[in-house]
Design a binder for this molecule. Sequence first.
Ligand code: GCU
Length: 671
Amino acid sequence: VADDGYRLWLKYDRLADAGQCAQYQRAARFVATTGTDPVLRTAAAELQRGLQGLLGQPVPVQASMGALGGGIVLKLDRTAIDASTPNAAEGYRIYSEKNNLVVASPSAAGVLYGAYAVLRRVQTGGALAGWAVRSAPRIGHRMINHWDNPNGTVERGYAGSSIWKWDELPQRLDPRYTDYARANASIGLNGVVINNVNASARYLTPDYLPKVAALAGVMRPYGIRVYLSVFWAAPKVLGGLPTADPLDPAVQRWWAAKTDEIYRAIPDFGGFLVKANSEGEPGPQDYQRTHADGANMLAKALGAHDGVVMWRAFVYKADGSGDRFKEAYQDFQPLDGKFDPKVLVQVKNGPIDFQAREPFHPLFGAMPRTPLVLEVQLTQEYLGFATHAVYLGPLIKECLEADTYAQGPGSTVAKVVDGSLDRHAQTGIAGVANIGSVRNWTGHPLGQANWYAFGRLAWDHTLDPGALATEWARMSLTTNAAAVRSITALLDQSRSIYVRYTTPLGLHHIMGESIHYGPQPWLAKAGRPDWTAVYYHRGDSLGLGFDRTATGSNALALYRPAVQQQWGSAATCPLDYLLWFHHVGWQQPLRTGRTLWNELCYRYYTGADSVAWLQKQWAAARPALDAEVYADVAARLQIQQQEAYWWRDACVLYFQTLARQPVPGPFAPPT
Ligand code: GCU
């Protein structure tokens, strides 16, 4: 049967290795559980389904362990994870006892995560006998953010329309909702914001709340809570109030009543995500109030309900003479300490907007009294949509590992986000979804790896992205070791190759206007000055790059001295960040021995040629791959190759009009 990609990494085909299979068969004769909790029932059902498929034997779910053992026992156990461990409730412990494998957790959700760990273990060939592991998620709110609209479109979505069928809800529950919940739960995600941050007020209406409640009902047995993005001016457009001022008592009453209404429909509702005073959205600043005034008002509306407010820090002004890099910091940093305990501030990984490489956002480490949610983008808005192969594990990891030096060396973004640096109990991470209604969910078959790696890193940010790529490939594509190795190599290198042929040396935001696809470095006029390309690359006859040191915008001053030192001098700044912070002369020699101009050309040329290397890795895996998946990715790689040359030529030729230098080369092809 051809593989259409629908099953993602939850592919439970019979194991090919008969010896290995026999071992697992002896260890997984039954699943035992006594609980009636729906999430616990899910754990048992998922194990049964997965093991029956993988092992080709019946795996009954039963109440008792049986006299012989040789089964998997699911149990609720308050002592399974030490209570002082962050997020202990969702953790699990797996160990052997009386010839059984026990999956124990203080919560049913933890048992479910443990059940998926067992399945992953079998899928990736690890032994069950003698296996012992304890694991708890390092981050509390592990979220997918959908940018889905009521009309079925997905903002920046490249994998078809929205999976939510509003016209069919609440009566018809598309089976895909369940498969979506399974996929998320299997990688440890526990929250879904179902609608776009550019929010329609419609979701808060009595017409839509039952639909949202129906979705929450599908997610609940998988340990997933549903959240809504809210439109700030809802009290006006829905409530008929003359204002949406957060300090107006009528507005406060409206939100409190609306929140109660939501909780009546969805008792475990997760809370609100808010984009306010950003890119034309209304917000508290319309009434001379601050973001904190707005967020705290919603926190008060949540009252005693167990929900949170995730307030986005993605704000900037259309100021051509300012530096967009600094604006979120300037708006939000002074508000540190002013937010209600139910508020988390959600910050994108970098200061501009999901570019192929950005320095970490300067707010990380600068708001110690506020829990900060890290927002990353799984949909490849600036990274080649669903056409280019770009594995995001390394990008996410690069941000998590970046050192803010907020409390001396080792104050990584990961420690800010997981709450360990400033001792926050509320913690969160969000990935903007890359999925849609196409059969294989992500359009590009390799895009599935981004969803997978995000979930796994959200659970444990110390995991290695390369190992996750291997895990994903093995579970999703093939168990052939050599093929998995070349797919892992492809995935591992894909992001740095993409950076080289699109925005090497720290270039950023030089893509096609509004579509955000393909090159347009010459763009000098757009809807806003801070949407053009020339605003960001600052190329002229002398050189290239945005001076963000003290002689320029001084955005660098937003970082701690140790970070400033790292990036502050053009002579020592890592070349990957050079043009983020410095305007460098075309003839300036870099430490590679090449001038800026020659290095730029070198990277564009070798980067574009490296797509052939990606193609080679994919071709090497061919014998072990499903023919349909092979052909799909191979064809996308052909487009990618063509478009890498498009990027290279457009950028080199445009920058050449400024540098007025011959293009050096030819460069040796990458091996
Ligand atoms: C980007 C993206 C928008 C999105 C915005 C956001 O600018 O292009 O479509 O709404 O980010 O994150 O709010």
